[in-house]
Design a protein around this ligand. Structure first.
Ligand code: PLP
Length: 423
């Protein structure tokens, strides 16, 4: 039996309808932007394994840091203890985050980072005895699959079955070009009610919605509105963090900084699952009390796992090297050139680029669904041609590891062009 066949016997995959899907490629090796399957077929990983891997697969620098840590201190409980790597990582993060961020809370994945932020906002007001129990989020947002994160997410088929069990979240439009005033009006109406604890958003790019982009100026206005009405702002930078938008964080494009930030995905260079929620001193102070009950009662067994922290420290060091910054600029320049070339294509409706993110929308007759026929046809075409891309409905996006070579990137562009011709 092949690995793929055995997989089908035992495994239940994420976001997968097993009745309608065939055998899945079994990946056995990775290097740089490339992956090898069990039959030695090579794939270009053009989405950085779901946006986690900027520095290439099986990166030696991060692997060495992990090995060193595993043979020094693999784990110690963070409830009641601390350790050198958590201290070093928090100190490093505080030095690169917006200057209003003062406290670092560790967890395991993007969804838990969001849970912690939501709890931070809701309990802050509970501790104060103020009734602010609702949250504001964007239509089409994605913040993860645990219950709080799911409540904040607006992609309805992900969450429909659980609607009755979710935190109350009210949505505002995404302020894409032409929709700014509508979004601001909707937000204004909500924040003035005094019922909302927080506004959570993906800054500048909504990833799972299909790399939907909007401008920093309108987000600055939205944050200012929230600040005027004591509604906390939560920037979910799980996808955008660590260079994806061309700056370290998407919030680096803003004048007004959020109260809380969520980081995960690229945090450890795609190696160890880890996440971070960051807070202003003001939020932290809302929990700082002689009363034990006012503490943030949230934690995970592997909170601030030293191996994860060591991987993150090594990743951030790699991220900050001039070579990696040059890679980000290089990928961005290639994307812009490709955008020029493809935007003239009669089947292309729109294109957009920010940092290492490229997206194009294919013209369609009607509404293309998330996992619809066009999406599946495109996806299968890419996989057959050895390129890993996961279109969202009729949107094809590229978000490669920063270390992808020009030749590999050119192959990805060529396959995307062929796909647009074919569809
Ligand atoms: C992926 C993602 C999450 C969820 O992260 P997981 O690690 O998959 O739980 C949350 N927010 C954003 C913006 C994401 O892209």
């Amino acid at each position: 039996m092949t690995l793929s066949e055995k997989d089908q016997l035992y495994n239940w995959h994420p976001y997968t309808q097993h009745k309608t899907i065939g055998l899945l490629p079994a990946i056995v090796k990775g290097e740089g932007a490339l992956l090898w399957d069990e039959h030695d077929k090579i794939y270009i990983d053009a989405i950085a394994s779901w946006w986690v891997n900027p520095f290439g697969h099986a990166n030696k620098v991060i692997a060495d840091a992990i090995y060193q840590q595993l043979t020094t201190l693999e784990h110690v409980l963070f409830g009641g203890f601390t350790h050198d790597k958590a201290v070093a990582l928090s100190e490093k993060l505080i030095s690169i985050l917006p200057s209003n961020q003062h406290k670092i809370f560790y967890s395991d994945n993007g969804s838990t980072a969001v849970e912690v932020a939501l709890k931070g906002a809701l309990q802050y007001y509970y501790n104060k005895g103020e009734k602010r129990t609702k949250v504001i989020a964007f239509e089409d947002a994605f913040h993860g699959d645990t219950f709080g994160a799911m409540a904040a997410s607006g992609i309805t088929f992900y969450t429909e079955a659980f609607r009755g069990s979710l935190l109350e979240v009210v949505r505002v439009p995404v302020p894409t070009a032409g929709n700014e005033a509508r979004a601001l009006d909707a937000l204004q109406r909500l924040v003035t009610t005094g019922e909302y604890a927080a506004f959570i958003f993906e800054p500048l790019v909504l990833g799972a919605a299909g790399m939907v982009m909007y401008q920093p100026e309108v987000l600055d206005q939205m944050i200012a509105l929230c600040q005027q009405h004591q509604v906390f702002t939560i920037a979910d930078e799980v996808m955008t963090g660590f260079g994806k938008t061309g700056k370290t964080f998407a919030t680096d494009y803003l004048v007004n900084k959020p109260d809380m930030m969520c980081l995960s995905k690229a945090l450890t260079g795609g190696t160890i699952p880890m996440a971070i929620t960051t807070f202003t001193q003001e939020v932290f102070d809302g929990f700082y009390s002689d009363d034990t009950n006012k503490a943030l009662f949230h934690g995970h067994t592997f909170t601030a796992n030293p191996t994860g922290c060591a991987a993150a420290l090594a990743s951030i060091r790699l991220f900050e090297t001039p070579e990696m910054q040059d890679n980000i600029a290089r990928v961005n320049a290639q994307h812009l050139a490709f955008q020029n070339r493809i935007s003239q294509h009669p089947k292309v409706k729109t294109t957009r680029v920010l940092g290492v993110i490229f997206a194009l929308e294919i013209k369609t007759e009607g509404e293309e669904s998330y996992y619809g026929t066009m999406r599946n046809k495109l996806y299968n075409f890419f996989i057959e041609n050895g390129v890993i891309l996961r279109p969202v409905g009729n949107i094809v996006y590229i978000l490669p590891p920063y270390v992808i070579t020009d030749e590999q990137l050119e192959k990805v562009y060529r396959i995307v062009e062929q796909a647009v011709d074919m569809i």
